[in-house]
Design a protein around this ligand. Structure first.
Ligand code: FA5
Length: 335
């Protein structure tokens, strides 16, 4: 019986066929079941020994059935994988092949620039805690700087990230010092929108912490970044700026490339666009991140990625970038 079962099992090529076998051997009228029923007719002495044999046979059959089911499952999976591999992703697409969003294009370009300089790229959540967004970057409760960013609070007390600085503490704790990291992300602020302000926009934060990091390191990296993105000289200015998480802090502005610095609605007629505030990381922020400020220093910057994209491509109104207007967005092809 065992032998014929084994032969039939090998021939069963699908889970349905295996199920039929199960019925044929272990079902109500199955061969093994019949054997067990037959035990009634033998004497007590023989019953014990024979019973043990038949039960062992039954267990063996059950085991082999499950093994075969598993074999079939693996083989089916393999067949599916092979079929998928035959799908040729290099074939030309009929019709519009689509395009990347300009923010994605510039984000990837910046990621390449920074990774080539030894930075890692990190990701972070969009829903964060009050601690992550404010306290861990030296903005305690009741600090007036909280009003600098109008926050969307959720019912559970968490909030939508108002700036990518909300990830600083996470990065410092995860990697310790020394560390070089950039972390792009979407930010949300409850503010009135105009040509250069949206309630949803992208920033790209960067930090570099090591022994003896100074303002000249910061300026070098900012210059490199801008020349790589614009591939030409652009006018920038650095002025003092206040952020509780840096000391000293700076505002890095770029001469408005929409009007050439003459003044237009994009730059609020000032000729300058606030692009990338930055500074030396405040000792309290390092401490809260588990890094000793006596031993290490570092810089941080919070690049307005969406505004950088506007300047690079001459987009006059930030709202065009969030519009989902494919016709407008598809002009920006990836080189
Ligand atoms: C910050 O968010 C700080 N966390 C930046 C920072 C990081 C400073 C690290 C020092 C060290 P600010 O609120 O200025 O700063 O925003 C930074 C940039 O994001 C701005 O320069 C601007 O380019 C962009 N930005 C801010 N608000 C908006 C908005 N509503 N729409 C579009 N871009 C915005």
């Amino acid at each position: 019986l065992r032998q014929s079962f084994e032969q039939e099992l090998q021939r069963a090529g699908s889970s349905d066929a295996v199920e039929k076998l199960r019925v044929a051997y272990l079902g109500k009228k199955g061969s093994v079941t019949e054997l067990l029923k037959g035990l009634k007719e033998v004497g007590a002495e023989q019953k014990k020994e024979l019973g043990q044999h038949i039960n062992a046979l039954k267990r063996g059959v059950e085991e082999r059935l499950s093994e075969r089911i598993e074999e079939i499952r693996v083989a089916e999976e393999q067949r599916e994988i092979e079929a998928a591999e035959q799908y040729d992703v290099t074939l030309p697409v009929a019709g519009d092949p689509g395009s990347y969003h300009p923010i994605t294009i510039v984000q990837r370009q910046l990621e390449e620039v920074f990774t080539s300089m030894g930075f890692i790229v990190e990701d972070f959540k969009e829903i964060v805690t009050d601690y992550e967004c404010f306290e861990a970057v030296n903005i305690p409760k009741d600090h007036p700087a909280r009003d600098m960013q109008d926050t969307y609070y959720l019912e559970n007390g968490q909030l939508l990230k108002t700036h990518t600085s909300a990830a600083q503490n996470f990065i410092l704790r995860k990697y310790g010092a020394p560390v070089r990291a950039i972390f792009p992300g979407r930010c949300f602020r409850n503010e009135a929108t105009d040509a250069s302000h949206e309630n949803t926009f992208f920033q790209m934060e960067g930090i570099m912490v090591d022994k003896n990091i100074s303002i000249s390191n910061l300026i070098y990296f900012m210059k490199t970044m801008l020349s790589e993105v614009f591939e030409r000289d652009v006018k920038v200015r650095l002025r003092p700026g206040f952020f509780p998480f840096v000391e000293p802090g700076f505002e890095l502005d770029i001469s408005c490339l929409i009007c050439g610095g003459e003044g237009c609605s994009t730059c609020h007629h000032s000729g300058w666009v606030e692009l990338c505030p930055c500074g030396m990381i405040h000792p309290n922020v390092l401490k809260l991140g588990g890094v000793d400020p006596e031993e290490y220093t570092g810089f941080a910057f919070g690049l307005g990625l969406t505004r950088l994209v506007m300047m690079k491509y001459g987009v006059k109104d930030i709202r065009d970038l969030n519009s989902g207007n494919l016709k407008a967005l598809s002009q920006f092809r990836h080189e």
